[in-house]
Ligand binder design. Structure first.
Ligand code: HEM
Length: 184
């Protein structure tokens, strides 16, 4: 049960899916940045590549499920006292985050498969080539992946700053809407 007057929480499945996608993404970003750093030992980069490609591919069905749940159950309404611009900013940033959750893994898979490299998880699942082998397509997907990664970093920074502001400073119950722990 939440406090009387506190904003309505997201549903249990929505909270579970939010954290099971968000936490691996917090691993994917530093892994993606570090694995492209030529100053690191080859073996370290190879391990990070293996982690990044396969964890990212495993996230695709989870992200699809997350979007499906979100489309079926709209987010609980924000408090009427919240300024309009903040409601709009929340809607826009959440929409962008969902779009990036689709673009990031798909451009990653296209970049790797069009470049002629393996994705072990896909190989094990028996999936075929998926996209034709093409250096031009691989380069284009690499550019999309990199630019979307920059945008994701910027939107994620705003998202985390807003969550911290609501949870630590305003303490208005917005953070509790998505918190994995229920308030007593
Ligand atoms: C939500 C999922 C993902 C996130 C947040 C993510 C994030 C990142 C970031 C921040 C970078 C560094 C920027 C860059 O150098 O391009 C990167 C690089 C890379 N990622 Fe991902 N990634 C995701 C999924 C995937 C998947 C599923 C694959 C492949 C199966 C993949 C393959 C790559 C590759 C190959 C690079 C190096 C870029 C290049 O050399 O072209 N990523 N990723």
């Amino acid at each position: 049960m939440s406090h009387p007057g506190a904003p309505e929480r997201y549903s249990r499945p929505a909270i579970w899916l939010h954290w099971s996608v968000a936490l691996p993404i917090l691993v994917m970003i530093p892994a993606g940045i570090l694995m492209t750093d030529e100053a690191l030992p080859r073996a370290t980069r190879d391990t990070l590549f293996l982690l990044h490609k396969n964890l990212g591919t495993l996230l695709i069905p989870l992200i699809a499920l997350r979007i499906w749940v979100r489309l079926r159950h709209p987010a609980p309404p924000l408090p009427a006292s919240m300024p309009r611009w903040q409601v709009r900013a929340a809607g826009l940033s959440h929409g962008l985050l969902y779009a990036l959750l689709v673009v990031m893994p798909l451009s990653g898979v296209i970049r790797v498969r069009a470049g002629g490299f393996p994705i072990e998880m896909l190989g094990l699942s028996g999936a075929g080539r998926i996209v034709p082998r093409s250096d031009a397509l691989a380069e284009w997907a690499s550019l999309v992946h990199w630019a979307s990664g920059l945008l994701l970093l910027a939107v994620l920074a705003l998202h985390l700053a807003a969550a911290a502001h609501h949870g630590l400073i305003l303490r208005d119950g917005i953070w509790q809407r998505m918190s994995p722990w229920r308030r007593r």
